[in-house]
Design a protein around this ligand. Structure first.
Ligand code: FES
Length: 137
């Protein structure tokens, strides 16, 4: 049966995804898509003093994409930006007790969404810093 391809944990996160939705005025947004399957993932982060205090997602995609989005938002909460950048798609898949090889690209999308949200946060904070130093100059 197709369902047996997935671990209980994947199925659980697919059926009851954690942290679905948007964060109002997020500190970073990641928006990624896979051109082959057409799935889309948006990931929002709140950062306070260099720590990711909140993460939410919206995913239009397959069950594995939903489960990996859900897991990545769980893994990233409470992590520093540096530690969050070290979260690989393998770590996300392992936290879900594995994914079938054919579905590993779905976890790659979750890693990309996270990195894209962090990149957005870093770009915004650099910009704020620059405009702050211009004002004080
Ligand atoms: Fe596209 Fe899973 S099939 S992300």
């Amino acid at each position: 049966m197709a369902l047996s391809l997935y671990s209980d944990k994947v199925m659980e996160h697919f059926r009851n995804p954690r942290n679905v939705g948007e964060i109002e005025s997020p500190d970073g947004i990641g928006h990624v898509g896979n051109p082959v399957c057409g799935d889309i993932m948006e990931l929002y982060i709140r950062v306070e003093n260099g720590i990711i205090t909140d993460a939410k997602f919206k995913t239009f995609g397959c069950g594995a994409a939903v489960a990996t989005s859900s897991m990545v938002t769980e893994l990233v909460r409470g992590k520093s930006i540096e530690d969050a950048l070290g979260i690989s798609n393998r770590a996300v898949a392992e936290a879900l007790d594995g994914l079938p090889p054919i579905k590993m690209h779905c976890s790659a999308l979750a890693e990309e969404a996270l990195k894209s949200a962090i990149e957005d946060y870093l770009t915004k904070s650099r910009r704020e810093k620059d405009s702050g130093s211009e004002q004080t100059a």
